[in-house]
Design a protein around this ligand. Structure first.
Ligand SMILES: [Zn+2]
Length: 230
């Protein structure tokens, strides 16, 4: 259902642009990506998602179910893959009855965050290190790649040295899993076990307007987050 909500959002946004007589730009859906990724494209220019020709910025759409304890929504694009204009859009939804007492339910969007992706990625990365994780740096790849040939720069490794993404170093796996897939979980990435984690969250909250809006969105909806913020 989350994927449908994300796709319909893109469709509705284009309808809104048309309604407001804005024809210079439109939202393009990027074919072949695992997640729902959109690009803001210039209408009368050829668009090439490979080279990003004809696009102004990208939008990553994520959805979370309010009633699920652990959301499956992952924001795991590497910081180095994001440019300052890129946008993160998160929709929180839940099943609601059409009318009180009615049996028919529909997926209602109960809250949302739309803002720049990069500051949120920076917070995510710092929290990852605080939990004992690391990132592949030049000359330090577990695969032993030469710095020129390494395609794993910036890939996250968890506290046990296991790659977090399928694209991480091939030798950084565990016996049970090929990759950990915890990195960027929208709720999990804010988890802190120490005073240090809480102080990182609060520092970003006080210093970055985008992160503040993101954390306000999360704390409105998840107790765990509001407890970590002072
Ligand atoms: Zn490498």
């Amino acid at each position: 259902m989350g994927s449908v909500i994300e796709g319909v959002w893109g469709f509705c946004l284009n309808a809104c642009l048309k309604q407001q007589n804005i024809h210079e730009y439109k939202l393009g859906w990027i074919y072949g990506h695992t997640y729902n990724d959109f690009a803001c494209v210039v209408s009368d220019e050829p668009w090439d998602p490979e080279t990003k020709q004809g696009e102004l910025f990208r939008i990553e759409a994520k959805s979370m179910v309010n009633s699920a304890d652990e959301s499956k929504a992952h924001f795991d694009r590497l910081s180095r893959e994001l440019v300052p204009l890129d946008i993160l859009a998160v929709f929180l939804w839940d099943w609601q009855r059409i009318k009180p007492g009615e049996l028919t339910v529909y997926p209602a969007i109960v809250d949302a965050f739309v803002g720049r992706a990069l500051p949120v990625a920076h917070l995510r990365d710092e929290m990852h290190i605080q939990r004992g994780g690391s990132f592949v740096t030049e000359g330090n790849c577990p695969d032993g790649c030469s710095p020129q040939a390494c395609i794993h720069l910036g890939e996250p490794l968890n506290a046990n040295g296991v790659r977090e993404r399928r694209t991480g170093p091939q030798t950084a796996t565990a016996r049970s899993v090929s990759y950990a897939a915890n990195f960027g979980g929208l709720l999990r990435m804010l988890g802190c076990r120490s005073e240090e984690g809480r102080s990182i969250l609060n520092r970003y909250y006080n210093e970055d307007e985008t992160v503040r809006r993101f954390l306000d969105f999360m704390r409105r909806n998840f107790n765990r987050v509001s407890q970590a913020l002072e």
